[in-house]
Design a binder for this molecule. Structure first.
Ligand code: FAD
Length: 303
């Protein structure tokens, strides 16, 4: 079969790999400049900062094998900010970070695949993607992005992914002249603006004085039109946590569809018309879940 996989995030790449290994002819189409999707890293002054997913956890042995050579153990201890003070650190599962940023994990997995970047798909119909013929089309992206390109004639497929909410998040990346903190990450429990702060220097292992601060969905939803304008309020929220103003705000990254609300127990959906869905909207809504979802639908195309 000729298979189109739409989306070069970790789910799409896992799907493409499994389908290609099963003997299909596979093309991955993605609108971004580089693969990775929400596992996003961007270079500032020569070093990568993670602007999307912060880390990954691993429980599946096959996923662990696939990651070999691209990740390092970051930390199993995070703090919590609550009632105006810092608590912890508290031990949890090992959190893994990308050696070259989270994006580089996905890039490494594209080896040997046909991946077409900067291709914005506009219309998926049965057997075709923007007029190019394919036997099967897998949409590996958040439901609202898939709905935007699925032809109205695909009523069953559209109904399958309609009506689910996806939370937005803004991510502030900022640089200080010196490290002023001794934490790897802080879950913020009771701030209206921030819910998570990560030390990008300890995550990367280079000790750079760079933090990323993730907003609450409620705050992000009021600032999606002009994310850069949220910087001052996000910096003010950091100062509430005792971190003084940064030397430089590097970026405010907008994720309109950061995370699905709720979970689906199925790992993927594949219709009789050869239209499939996978990604973190299926199974557990984390990076490992997205990979498992993509691999499962890629394997199912052969059965
Ligand atoms: C701020 C943030 C923090 C997170 N933190 C964590 C974390 O710490 N740990 C964790 O496990 N998970 C985390 N996640 C979730 C994790 O990033 C996702 O579960 C995972 O990356 C989803 O991968 P995916 O392949 O399903 O989708 P995506 O990575 O979103 O890939 C979808 C791809 O489809 C492409 N696309 C969309 N529409 C089109 C179109 N019309 N034409 C062509 N291409 C298109 C996009 O460009 C994108 O590359 C976080 C997410 C965000 C946003």
């Amino acid at each position: 079969m000729r298979v189109a996989v739409l989306g070069a995030g970790i789910a799409g790449i896992a799907c493409a790999r499994a389908a290609q290994d099963a003997g299909h002819e596979v093309a991955v189409l993605d609108r971004g400049k580089v693969p990775g999707g929400r596992m996003a890293s961007r270079r500032f002054a020569g070093r990568y900062v993670d602007l999307g997913a912060s880390y990954l956890t691993v429980s599946d042995p096959a996923f662990e094998r696939v990651l070999a050579g691209t990740v390092h153990a970051w930390t199993d201890r995070f703090h919590v900010w609550e009632d105006g003070e810092l608590h912890g650190p508290k031990a949890g599962p090992m959190r893994w970070a990308g050696d070259g940023g989270m994006r580089a994990i996905v890039t490494a997995l594209t080896h040997g695949l046909e991946v077409r970047q900067q291709v914005h798909v506009n219309r998926v119909t049965q057997g075709s993607v923007d007029g190019e013929a394919f036997d099967a089309v897998v949409l590996a992206m958040p439901d609202p992005q898939a709905l935007a390109i699925l032809d109205p004639s695909l009523t069953q497929e559209r109904a399958t992914i309609s009506g689910r909410t996806w939370d937005p998040v803004l991510v502030l990346a900022a640089r200080w002249d010196a490290r002023l903190w001794e934490v790897d990450g802080v879950f913020v429990h009771d701030d209206p603006v921030l819910e998570w702060v990560a030390d990008d220097g300890s995550r990367r292992g280079d000790g750079a004085a760079v933090l990323t601060a993730h907003s609450t969905p409620a705050f992000a939803s009021t600032r999606l039109a002009e994310p850069a304008e949220a910087a001052d309020e996000m910096v003010a929220a950091l100062t509430r946590l005792g971190i003084r103003e940064p030397a430089e705000v590097l970026r405010v990254q907008r994720w309109t569809y950061a995370k699905p609300v709720g979970t689906r127990s199925e790992l993927f959906f594949l219709s009789s018309k050869g239209i499939g869905f996978c990604g973190d909207g299926w199974g557990r809504p984390r990076i490992e879940g997205a990979w498992l979802s993509g691999r499962a639908i890629g394997q199912a195309l052969s059965s």
